[in-house]
Design a protein around this ligand. Structure first.
Ligand code: FAD
Ligand code: DLZ
Ligand code: SF4
Length: 510
């Protein structure tokens, strides 16, 4: 007899998942299903598909080893989506109820609201307790606030978790040590790399399946550098703590040619599918500080990304969906250029960020925010098309975290809910924070004329296009004033150069 059918989704690969609370091995059946609808709702990078399927298969094996009855369904054409897989499993096991932890994405959550009726079975959707801030707690925090500043939310989370707290005061006296972070990097630095990727029978079988079934998806499948088990993800976590964490803060914004990982953790993909837990990661980082092996600026910066940014972004997503997916306050509607799919552009910064994305299904935060993100905003790219791009191309991409980062933080398409000022930058920022410009055909210092870096004209054109809006923003007013101080001739030359650049782009045609 089966009492409960417990559906575990591909990004819920944790033994602590709430759908398993109170479950009994003798009476309950776990269902896991590979389905075309989940593999196809975005142009998922081939490595992301392989990571999710291989991790799902390993997780199912671990659950079986622990004594659970697992009904694991490999990808089949006649089982196109999760609801069909559940309906089949209901016929096979005749359960009294279906239990599932809420999906991370609104799309699937919305669909599940109709399952009880469609499946003619009680459906229990439980809250996802892997996150540190419940939906209601975030809504309570946001209630009545005029602006939802991450920094305020983060302080609450520090107090609530007790991380880096000295009684009721922040460790070291300050909440935020960013002033000591964000230095440019030299190219002779020692840079650690994540461990070798998984290479076992299950992973090899999945790689062959992805190669065969998803040849047209974004990116290269090999070399496959990802871990697909909890043990593998823990090894990557431990490598980060010893090799990279001490320099995480200092070089957090730095970019170097052909150095995709810098001192970043490359752990988001594992956190987001449940192979690592956020609080455990933060506690381990704090222990490195307490043992004197990593400085406070690095550890505070890392913990802030996880209990601050990650939780805040998820809170905004669930507070504002579904309308948030449609916002376009800057009225941007240009198609993305085709080089977002090929990496083939003479702009070295973009060729690097996109080339790495194709190769590794990874780019670090500043490459996403200040290279692919800022460029798209400057040319006035359609934020929804850009959102679909970001949702596919990274191994860690899930809408609850990708959408607010894209629409809000990187495109300012929410009009400033998430970031009070757009992350606009000209070539001087990229030249300062990277070594990209040295290897580029363009001159980062030239604004117009032969060989001038296109970012400079695009930057001023962006300010000019939105001068009314930005003139009313106290953090952008200075830039609008600088634009107005330029001569009419300079203004005209900059706008002409921007228009010529945009006209030269080939739009992506799918
Ligand atoms: P690290 O730099 O080592 O940071 C540590 C951890 O902090 C990350 O693993 C991540 O869990 C968390 N974190 C850091 N910054 C953020 C942030 N802004 N929002 C949420 N969590 C954060 N992150 C995703 O996990 N999935 C996405 O789909 C995603 N899409 C993004 C799209 C855009 C346009 C931008 C600007 C950012 C996006 N981010 C996304 C946030 C961030 O860039 C990635 O979390 C980070 O680059 C992942 O690499 P890492 O694990 O090496 O992170
Ligand atoms: C990302 C993903 C992919 C590629 N495939 C599956 C799948 O076949 N079966 C499954 O249960 N989950 C998959 N996932 C993860 C889901 O897309 C994820 O659970 C939802 O997007 C909700 O966050
Ligand atoms: Fe990018 Fe311009 Fe620098 Fe070239 S010169 S790398 S296009 S910012």
């Amino acid at each position: 007899m089966t009492r409960r059918l417990i559906l575990i989704l591909g990004d819920q690969l944790s033994r602590q998942i709430s759908s398993l609370k109170g479950a009994e091995k003798a009476q309950d059946v776990i269902l896991m299903a590979e389905v075309a609808a989940e593999a196809g709702y975005a142009d998922h990078h081939k490595q992301k598909l392989a990571l999710v399927f291989a991790a799902m298969r390993h997780h199912a094996g671990e659950l079986r080893d622990a004594g659970w009855r697992v009904d694991y369904r490999e990808l089949r054409e006649d089982v196109p989506d999760l609801r069909t897989a559940v309906a089949e499993a209901i016929r096979a096991h005749d359960p009294e109820t279906l239990v599932v932890t809420e999906p991370g994405e609104y799309r699937l959550w919305d669909e599940m609201q109709g399952w009880e009726e469609a499946l003619n079975l009680p459906v229990m959707i439980r809250e996802d307790e892997r996150f540190l801030c419940a939906h209601q707690d975030f809504a309570d925090w946001a209630d009545g606030r005029k602006i939802l500043l991450m920094e305020h939310f983060y302080r609450e989370m520090r107090k609530r978790t007790g991380l880096l707290m000295d009684g009721d005061k922040p460790e070291g006296g300050k909440w935020n040590y960013d002033a000591e972070n964000r230095k440019p990097a030299r190219d002779d630095l020692f840079l650690p790399a994540p461990p070798e990727g998984a290479d076992d029978d299950i992973t090899r079988e999945v790689l062959a399946m992805v190669e065969d079934r998803f040849p047209d998806h974004f990116g290269r499948l090999r070399p496959f550098r990802w871990q697909v088990t909890r043990k593998g993800a823990e090894a990557a976590r431990d490598r980060f703590m010893t090799d990279a964490l001490p320099d995480f803060g200092r070089y957090q914004d730095a970019m170097l040619t052909d150095k995709p990982w810098m001192y970043h953790s490359v752990l988001a993909a594992y956190l987001n599918i449940g192979l690592l837990e956020p609080l455990d990661l933060c506690a381990r980082a704090e222990a490195e500080y307490q043992a004197g092996r990593a400085p406070l600026n690095a550890v505070e910066g890392f913990i802030r990304q996880i209990i601050g940014w990650r939780e805040y972004i998820r809170g905004i997503y669930w507070l504002k969906m579904p309308d948030y997916a449609e916002v376009n306050e800057l009225g941007a509607d240009r198609p993305l250029p085709d080089f977002y799919w090929t990496g083939e552009t003479e702009m070295h910064c973009l060729a690097q960020a996109i080339g790495q994305t194709i190769e590794t299904a990874y780019a670090h935060h500043i490459q996403r925010l200040m290279i692919t993100g800022t460029y798209a905003m400057l040319i006035g790219a359609d934020p929804q098309q850009l959102h679909r791009w970001y949702l596919g191309v990274y191994a860690d991409a899930y809408e609850w975290v990708e959408l607010p980062n894209t629409i809000g933080m990187s495109q300012h398409a929410d009009g400033g809910l998430l970031a009070t000022k757009p992350y606009a930058a000209s070539a001087s920022y990229i030249d300062r924070m990277s070594d990209y410009c040295g290897d580029c055909v363009y001159d980062p210092k030239a604004r117009t004329g032969e060989g001038a870096c296109p970012w400079n004209a695009l930057y001023w054109d962006f300010i000019a296009r939105h001068e009314k809006r930005f003139g009313e923003n106290h953090r952008m007013r200075m830039m609008v004033a600088s634009w107005h101080r330029k001569s009419a001739k300079d203004q005209q030359a900059l706008r002409k150069a921007a228009a010529a650049h945009v006209k030269s782009l080939t739009p992506y045609r799918g």
